[in-house]
Structures are given as structure tokens and as C-alpha cells.
Design a protein around this ligand. Sequence first.
Ligand code: ACO
Length: 331
Amino acid sequence: MIRSVISGIGSYVPPKAVTNDDLAKLMTTSHEWIQTRSGIEERRFADEGVYCSDLALEASKKAIEDAGITKDDVDFIILATLSPDHHFPGTGCALQDKLGIGPVGALDVRNQCTGFLYSLTVADALVRTGAYKNILVVGAEVHSSALNFTDEGRSVAVLFGDGAAAVIVSPSEEEDRGVLYTELHAEGKYAKALHLDIWDISRKPYLTAEDLEKGQHWPAMDGGTVFKHAIIRLVEVVEHTLEKNGFTKEDVKYVIPHQANMRINQFVADKLKMPREKFLHNMQKYGNTTAASIPLLLDETYRQGMLNRGDLLLLVGFGAGFTWGSALLRW
Ligand code: ACO
């Protein structure tokens, strides 16, 4: 049986760090409020003129190098983002162009905080069919251009940051290594709990000056509903993933959760009766980087030398849609 493995990984965050105190100069908030409610201490913001595909490019170069291949060995691209360069064409196409590689297929995935897990699932399936050998899977976000840094937008704006992370997904003959299992879910009835009012393509025209005046171009979130559902679904997906694959909580070396909120992840660990230390975090430094958050944390964990061949890793995420899912990896 051919499995798919992560044969290379890399990440990139823009250099500009923005602390909670920096945000407190723009809106009525405080380091204490943000840190106690979310665990976030700072985040990175891209400069004006930087696209999602630019961050994706830097992360991709590192993943390609880590895999020991050249960019011309990449035979398919999957790019997950909530903040594409433009509404269309897809940002994967921009990445393909910036990489300067041949006309390989490029697929955009729009499943927000679960985007990396959806992308990995597709890559895993495509590799296991034998269709592709080196799929570049990227999660990348430039949130900072689309957040409302006034008191009206503060409950959302303080949570998000910019960044990108990429993996190369390749075939392996080793049966007990690589992507062992993935699980994906969606529940569209909760779309309005975290969404952007525009674009609403049913409206003619879909965007007016009045919409902008009303601030409908800023993301809207019912934080309490997101929080509640995130905990329920993450607990559920961890339990189901382990049970379905015959593993116990003790078998898992680390849980690599989406980095939305430290409190969500700690609640989940507590409910599962798993040690909080098994749930890794880096949202303190980067905030919520949506599609980039899981691979960004995986890359940091790997580069810190914390991963050994054979470690069982459980990747889990929950976000807008609602969407949620898991991936069980043998490193
Ligand atoms: N600074 C200071 N005060 C603020 C801020 C801010 N940035 N934002 C909101 N407040 C105020 C509110 O206006 C409210 O004031 P009021 O009581 O006078 O009305 C007060 O703080 C409390 O607001 P709550 O919304 O009750 O605060 P809560 O403790 O619920 O925390 C939070 C809000 C952090 C958004 C929380 O609901 C949460 O984390 N939800 C999960 C959402 C999430 O993580 N989303 C990320 C994207 S989805 C995903 O990736 C999972």
C-alpha cells in the first residue's frame, strides 16, 4: 500500500511584529484583555503591497528545500486561504507563476481555519491514487488588510495575524508512516456566526458605497457561538479519530490544534482529560493565522527538534463554515 508522507515543510511570517499594546493605540483594548481571553500576545502584519501569494511563495521555497527537491519537481499545488490575493483568479495560480514552474494544476481551497486539513486530505488522496508525486500544500493569509482596527471591530481584529506555511506531500512505500487518516466536517447552518457580508452575489450590484459606510466589508463574528461549537466539535473529532483508528489518547505524542484561542484548546484538553502540555501552541506569537496556523505550528515543532520518526501526531481544526476536521500523522 502506498501512503502519502509530508516529505518537506516550511513556513514564513512577515517581519513586522504587532503587540497587543500596539493595538491598544488604535482601539479601546488592552494587553490584559486580549491575553487572558485568547492567549495571544503579538502577531505579524504584512506591509502594504504584500499579497497572500507572496507569503505562500516564501513558505513554499522552504518546504521545497526541506523536501530535497527542486521547484520543478512540484507537480500540483493546493493553496488554502481566507484572504486570497483577489476574488478571482485563484491564489494558487499566482503562486504557480511566482514559483516560476511549469503549468501544473493549482487548486484553491476555501475552508478557512480547516483549510489546511481539507487540502491535506485532497493531497493525500491524489498521491495515493498515484496521480502526483510532489504536491505543494500551502496555507497562507494576509488578514491585516481586512480587519477593522476601531472599537467596532476590536473583538475580531485583535485575534488574527498574517503568515504562511507549506508542506510537500509525496508517496511512500512505508505502510505505518505518513497520513494515516483524515476526517472532515461542515455545518453550513452556522455560516453567519463567522462571515463577511459581502461578497453577496445575489445582490445586484453585489457591493455599494452604502455597504462600505455600514462596514459590511469587515468580518463579523458571534464569538460565543464559535467558542461553544469549537469545543464540542474538537472534542468529538479527537475522540472519533482515535477510536476509529484503534489508538488511545496516550498514543498521541502531540495534538497540533488550530491556533484560534488558547482557552478553546485548553477546554478541549481538559474535557478529553488529556494533559494540556500535549496541545501545542504558538498563537502567543502569531495570533490566528487561519489556514496557515496548523502547518505553521507543525513546522515550528519540527524545527525545534521536538519530532522523532514514529511519533503519532493529531492535527485538529475548527473554523468558519462551520468546518472542522482532523488528520492523524505518523511522523
Ligand atoms: N478589547 C477590549 N474589550 C473588548 C474587545 C477587545 N478587543 N472585544 C470585545 N470587547 C468587550 C465587548 O464589547 C464586551 O463588552 P461589554 O460587556 O461592555 O458588552 C466585553 O469585552 C466582553 O465581550 P465578550 O464577547 O463577552 O468576551 P468573551 O470573553 O466572550 O471573549 C472572544 C470574546 C475572545 C472573541 C471569545 O468569544 C472567543 O474567543 N471566541 C472564539 C472565537 C474565535 O476564536 N474566533 C476565531 C476564528 S474561528 C476559529 O478560528 C475557531
